[in-house]
Design a protein around this ligand. Structure first.
Ligand code: BGC
Length: 878
């Protein structure tokens, strides 16, 4: 709905679907006609027409009736296309074979194969679709041109469980007569270094797959498949690895290799490979693409002749190199996030990732190089061996990430907070890389569940991540063992850890968050059984309801600041949280008996938590030592950390009578650190929301605006352009943290989004824009800005499924002004700080009588207006 009027809403809809765009007519639609449906549902309406066929394109259009009963015109035809799936006759739909070039089984890497085949089209063409995939990575070429702009396809999954494929419309790239298709293969996650698991995890070498389905005008069809008739050769890419980098010798380029006239008589026949029983699945999330380019601003010549270029921004991606010089000259590019004290490239935190690209010149004209199958996390690139003096335009930073639309914005009157928001965005960009990675630079880049769970709500404010997490949740469920255990990271790869508290619970927290932000109940249904299995897995092993068994690696409040929260406290809090969510999820999907059972279990866990850890005076005490199951857990003084209180309050684990006191303990814990936080990954996500909820809003602002260690603004003040893994990744006094947790080489990423989970509070509380729990998908919106911290204004916009929601406030001349845009077909509760309702105006008149305002009440120092869709401008004395 695109309707700026106040009160704009849908009262009915009608959807048509047809096999042709010109059949989108109530009398002609051959697939689906819903008829007029009296409903305000305008998102998440799933197709329910005639069964669809493999490869079919479906056109659709919608008409809606507004609040006056007026119909809209029919929408412009839109379409989707079905993937490949088996027909009823069980004839296999995939006839293509996996092909590649033989590589010695013990080779750590090898040249990237170029594979090709020629075919002839003798009749006029109607349509052609390329369905392509790889065990490894691929790029597809047709008649000398690369197909699409997708990078790192087919993407990262557990290739033993499912292999994604992509679909391309190549009709316009083919011609009558001779045509050629080419596949360029890389190792990627399949056979290159994968996360911490080393090389050749899924196989020894890459394999490609292509099924090109051609339909002629006269109704005949033909399929071009990867099979033994293809030929292959090595080309310029000597080796390419996600972590190590790429080595490219331009003297070995093969001009025209994917054109039909190319002479491939010297090429070798391909070999085929069996990879049976693994389903090929249509890719369901945005692919990785180049989003923007960054020119370096500064260059630092080094004493040894190298030059370090500074992009001014830490990114994930690679560098495009421009160079001219003698054939055979090799230019080496090393990437790093920081510089050492002596100005050299800091690479300790890359651990074993070499992050080095090498380019050997062919000689002659200017040469331009970009690696195909590697990426790095870096701000600085060191160029060595460049013929002549490299100028600033010798390198360009190429920023790549999953092509999620960044539809959210947050800004306020505090420049460092704005930089913090930018850093959160940059770390989201760098780590939304087909899976949500922890970091883009070191030899890890794994889809850690804990990090993803903490950050997903913030991620959904910044960008449209529904499809991204839909794919990831499949990866997560793929890690589940029959006993219910999920892995610490998805896809599950060696060292193959079973998840512990706060990590495995991602299986519930992420779908629930997606439901709140996008209104999608299918995710809840799809993963329901898996969620139950996870909860049972924990429950079975911990019948006393204190989670001590099956804690996996138990990271507890990972990377806290000298404030270890007792393991059992963190674990039991998350057990309670998951069960509570499962109760709510059961309710949403209509399983009321389950809902009652889990709600009862939640109360029992809460009781156990209180019995075990909560004192008379509302302190949360335990021990940080390991205590075997069934033995009582001693209550040791001093173990009541900030995180302990944050989890207990945030997950609703305390009896009402103890909440205020517990919040006071939390305040004390913060004040005794001179107003600083001590929370790690787990605690920091909930810290500020809990303080706000407890009415300690000033303290929340104080924590946000601190710029001394440890705080969110300390890195910002020290020049961070992304979120750091550690509060003290670098300090003035100590320099780089060489953190013992990651082994001798340190674990110190400068691009980790986890601590960026504070973003949710920036949107929801500072600016004041959030989806209401009772109106998931932003059907109902809570506008509740909480000015503080000396801020003079703040503004947030979120791309909701209904359209853009905006909330913008400012304090000037003794007045508080709040501008709100409520998308069509939604409603909002707008909270304006004011002594009473009468003090608030909307536009030129009293707010309570303004058009679109349906009700008003006063609570908690706020006048609360229940408003319909539309744009409003509220004002009250400040
Ligand atoms: C990763 C994390 C992850 C953690 C688990 C680290 O190596 O970078 O972000 O959550 O391990 O403790």
């Amino acid at each position: 709905m695109n309707d700026p009027r106040r009160g704009a809403r849908q009262t009915a809809y009608r959807i048509l679907a047809a096999t042709r765009a010109d059949a989108l007519d109530p009398d002609k639609a051959d697939l689906w006609d819903t008829g007029r449906v009296e409903s305000d549902q305008s998102i998440q309406v799933a197709y329910a027409g005639r069964p669809l066929e493999t490869g079919m394109r479906v056109f659709w259009s919608v008409c809606i009736w507004d609040h006056d009963g007026q119909p809209s015109p029919w929408s412009e035809p839109a379409w989707w296309e079905m993937g490949l799936f088996r027909k009823f006759n069980w004839e296999p739909i995939w006839k293509a074979q996996w092909i590649g070039l033989p590589r010695p089984a013990d080779a750590d890497s090898g040249p990237c194969p170029h594979l090709r085949r020629v075919f002839h089209l003798v009749r006029p063409l109607k349509r052609a679709r390329a369905y392509a995939s790889a065990l490894g990575l691929y790029r597809l070429f047709v008649n000398g041109t690369r197909v699409g702009q997708d990078c790192f396809t087919p993407g990262f999954t557990d290739y033993h469980r499912r292999v994604p494929y992509q679909t391309y419309d190549v009709t316009g790239m083919l011609q009558e007569g001779a045509n050629a298709v080419g596949l360029l293969l890389g190792d990627g996650w399949f056979s290159g270094h994968c996360c911490c698991a080393g090389p050749r995890l899924f196989g020894n070498q890459p394999w490609g797959l292509l099924q090109l389905q051609i339909e002629y005008e006269d109704g005949a069809s033909e399929t071009i498949l990867t099979d033994p008739s293809w030929k292959g050769a090595a080309g310029p890419i000597q080796q390419s690895d996600l972590l190590m980098g790429e080595t490219y010798d331009a003297r070995r380029e093969i001009p025209g290799w994917s054109r039909p006239e190319f002479d491939d008589s010297g090429w070798a026949p391909v070999v085929t490979h069996r990879w049976s029983a693994v389903p090929l699945v249509a890719q369901c999330a945005p692919t990785v693409q180049v989003e923007r380019e960054i020119r370096p601003a500064v260059r630092h010549p080094r004493p040894d002749g190298a030059v370090i270029f500074d992009l001014g921004q830490n990114i994930a991606g690679w560098v495009r190199l421009r160079v001219r010089g003698p054939a055979g000259t090799t230019v080496t590019l090393r990437h790093g996030e920081m510089l050492d004290d002596d100005g050299s490239l800091y690479t300790t935190n890359l651990r074993s990732a070499k992050a080095t690209d090498r380019y050997t010149l062919r000689g002659g004209e200017e040469e331009v190089y970009e690696p195909a199958f590697t990426y790095h996390g870096f701000r600085y690139v060191e160029v060595r061996g460049y013929p002549g003096e490299p100028t600033l335009d010798a390198v360009t930073g190429m920023v790549a990430h999953s092509a999620i639309p960044f539809t959210g914005t947050f800004e306020c009157s505090h420049p460092l907070v704005n930089r913090l928001q930018q850093n959160i965005l940059w770390s989201q960009r760098a780590n939304f890389f087909d899976v949500p990675t922890d970091c883009p630079q070191r030899d890890e880049r794994a889809g850690w569940l804990g990090d993803a769970q903490m950050f997903c709500r913030t991620a959904a404010c910044n960008a449209e991540v529904a499809a991204f997490f839909t794919k990831y949740l499949r990866d997560v469920e793929d890690t589940q063992k029959p006993n219910g255990a999920v892995a610490d990271f998805a896809p599950r790869i060696p060292p193959d850890y079973d998840a512990g508290p706060g990590w495995g619970d991602a299986l519930l927290i992420i779908p629930w968050t997606m439901y709140l932000c996008y209104g999608d109940t299918r995710l809840l249904r799809r993963h329901y059984r898996a969620m139950q299995k996870w909860v049972d897995y924990v429950h079975e092993a911990n019948p006393d309801l204190i989670w001590r068994n099956r804690v996996g690696n138990n990271y507890a409040d990972w990377l806290n600041v000298d404030a270890t929260t007792p393991w059992a406290v963190v674990a039991t809090a998350f057990f309670a949280r998951s069960v509570d969510l499962l109760a709510q999820i059961s309710r949403v999907v209509g399983k009321d008996a389950d809902a009652d059972r889990y709600a009862a279990l939640f109360h029992d866990i809460r009781d156990a938590f209180n019995r075990a850890f909560v004192t008379e005076d509302a302190r949360i005490l335990a021990t940080t030592r390991w205590v075997p199951p069934h033995e009582p857990i001693p209550r040791e003084e001093g173990t009541d950390t900030q995180t302990a209180y944050v989890l207990a309050l945030g997950f609703d684990l305390l009896p009402p009578a103890k909440r205020t006191e517990a919040a006071e303990h939390l305040r004390r814990r913060i004040e005794e650190r001179n107003g600083h936080l001590s929370t790690g990954f787990i605690g920091c996500a909930h810290l500020l929301p809990v303080l706000t909820q407890a009415g300690m809003h000033d303290l929340a602002y104080r924590l946000l605006l601190n710029d001394t260690f440890p705080s969110w603004l300390y890195p910002v003040r020290n020049g961070a352009t992304t979120m750091w893994e550690r509060w003290d990744g670098w300090t003035k006094e100590r320099g780089f943290n060489t953190g013992k947790e990651g082994g001798p080489d340190g674990m110190n990423s400068f691009n980790h989004y986890a601590l960026g989970a504070v973003g949710e509070w920036l949107y929801g509380t500072v600016a004041g824009l959030a989806p209401a729990e009772d109106g998931p998908g932003w059907k109902r919106i809570v506008v509740r800005p909480r000015p503080g911290g000396g801020l003079l204004w703040a503004r947030a916009a979120v791309g909701t499924p209904y359209g853009q929601a905006v909330c913008s406030w400012n304090l000037a001349d003794g007045r508080f002004t709040l501008e709100v845009a409520v998308p069509p077909n939604t409603t909002a509760a707008v909270h304006v700080p004011a002594p009473d309702i009468a003090a608030v105006r909307e536009g030129d008149g009293p707010a309570a009588n303004a058009p679109g305002v349906r009700a008003a009440r006063h609570a908690d120092g706020h006048a609360v207006f229940d408003v319909a869709a539309g744009s409003y401008r509220f004002g009250a004395p400040a």
